[in-house]
Design a protein around this ligand. Structure first.
Ligand code: FEO
Length: 397
């Protein structure tokens, strides 16, 4: 399938309805994804990005129906990650010598992955590529959005921003445009994408957006490399990114935990009850990490003003589901969020302290001593958990 976008610009990518995980098994993709590639046919023809290698033959077949591959004058590689560059080996086999425009770091990543000495043309912010008919591509380096090699390009005349991963969503849809899809689904996937992929780079997101806005370029569409194209009020996703990048939080508290014999779960639920009794408006959500999707929980943490993490003690440590989440949380570099910790124990009882320490090391402000509960809470301990929740409601306010 190819799809007209505007004038001489077409979408020539692949919608992947089957994808369940991305980055190996690291990131869940409940609604599939798409690998968006764009073809611009002016006096010169440019292809922006390709698709993941499992679809390389399909991509080439499809593209060949649309255009004689030999007519492609320029290949633009906005980002070297394999989901966008995976078809380059087959494509360059078909059109050897065709220049590939990318950032300096893009050369590094493409050479590092494919070990080919293709005809790389390094571009920097502000460089332009003339496509004829009065249209040009303007390049904007966007390092760490989300790789050092990432860049955007902008098509003058049609006013299209090809933003690669930024502003994308892992969201398969045949509808192609933001105004045609379910708005709640779109918001959820754009949010999950930002929370799990871009959060560590929030400061750079703000800076880059301000830099692009300062160029005062008219904007008709934002064309990311995953998910649907923003054509209805395309500025909305840019404004949303500015909000998400600015220590975003809602009036939400996320309690995450794992439990062996339900003691730590009882503590979690009593803490939630305590919070509710003190603050009926705060949205408290509980997640047993052994039963919930890690990336969905990361998204909920992103939305939260505070988190409370819990694990029982096992072998002087914590359960692996909690350890795994804490490791991921550390890389997210969340800022401006508060935290507390809890956990049941039978003998040594280190778990709550470990969770608190890890949260503090990850940039959370731990506001209370960890709550340690021996064995399983009795009536007296349940009251203590309730009081802990009530106290946290005030400290998190
Ligand atoms: Fe969609 Fe960073 O690749």
């Amino acid at each position: 399938m190819t799809f007209p976008i505007k004038n001489n610009v077409s979408w020539v990518g692949k919608i992947d309805w089957e994808l369940k995980t991305f980055h190996g098994e690291e990131l869940s993709t409940h609604r599939g994804t798409s690998y968006n590639s764009y073809l611009i046919e002016e006096e010169k023809t440019a292809l922006i990005d390709t698709v993941w290698a499992p679809f390389d033959k399909e991509f080439i077949r499809n593209l060949s129906k649309k255009i004689d591959l030999k007519k492609i004058d320029y290949v633009i590689a906005n980002h070297g990650e394999v989901d966008h560059s995976g078809t380059l080996p087959l494509l360059m086999h078909c059109i050897p010598g065709t220049p590939i425009y990318c950032s300096a770091k893009g050369v590094q990543s493409l050479k590092g992955q494919y070990h080919q000495d293709w005809n790389f043309q390094v571009v920097k912010t502000g460089d332009r590529l003339d496509l004829g008919n009065g249209k040009e591509l303007i390049f904007v380096e966007a390092p760490m959005l989300h790789w050092p090699d990432s860049m955007f390009c902008y098509l003058t005349g049609d006013n299209l921003l090809f933003s690669n991963d930024a502003f994308g969503q892992h969201y398969a849809s045949e509808l192609m445009y933001n105004d045609l899809v379910d708005q709640a689904e779109l918001y959820a996937e754009a949010l999950k994408y930002y929370a799990n992929i871009l959060t560590p780079f929030s400061a750079l997101v703000t800076k880059k957006i301000q830099e692009v806005l300062a160029l005062n370029l008219p904007l008709d569409m934002v064309c990311p490399s995953h998910g649907v194209i923003w054509r209805d009020n395309p500025a909305q996703i840019i404004e949303q990114y500015l909000k998400w990048a600015d220590k975003y939080c809602e009036n939400q508290i996320t309690i995450f935990y794992d439990t062996m014999w339900k003691g730590t779960r009882m503590v979690a639920e009593k803490i939630a009850e305590g919070i509710r009794s003190a603050d009926e408006k705060v949205n408290v959500k509980l997640f047993n990490l052994a039963k919930r999707d890690k990336n969905d929980v990361i998204t909920e943490i992103f939305r939260s003003k505070a988190v409370i993490g819990g694990s029982p003690t096992i072998n002087n440590g914590i359960l692996t589901s909690v350890a795994s989440l804490l490791e991921e949380v550390k890389g997210m570099k969340f800022r401006g969020k508060k935290a507390a910790a809890f956990g049941c124990f039978g003998w040594s009882g280190e778990s709550a302290g470990i969770v608190a320490r890890e949260l503090e090391a990850s940039g959370f402000e731990v506001v209370a001593e960890p709550l340690r509960v021996p064995w399983k809470p009795d009536a007296e301990k349940e009251a203590e958990c309730l009081e802990f929740g009530r106290k946290l409601a005030g400290l998190f306010a």
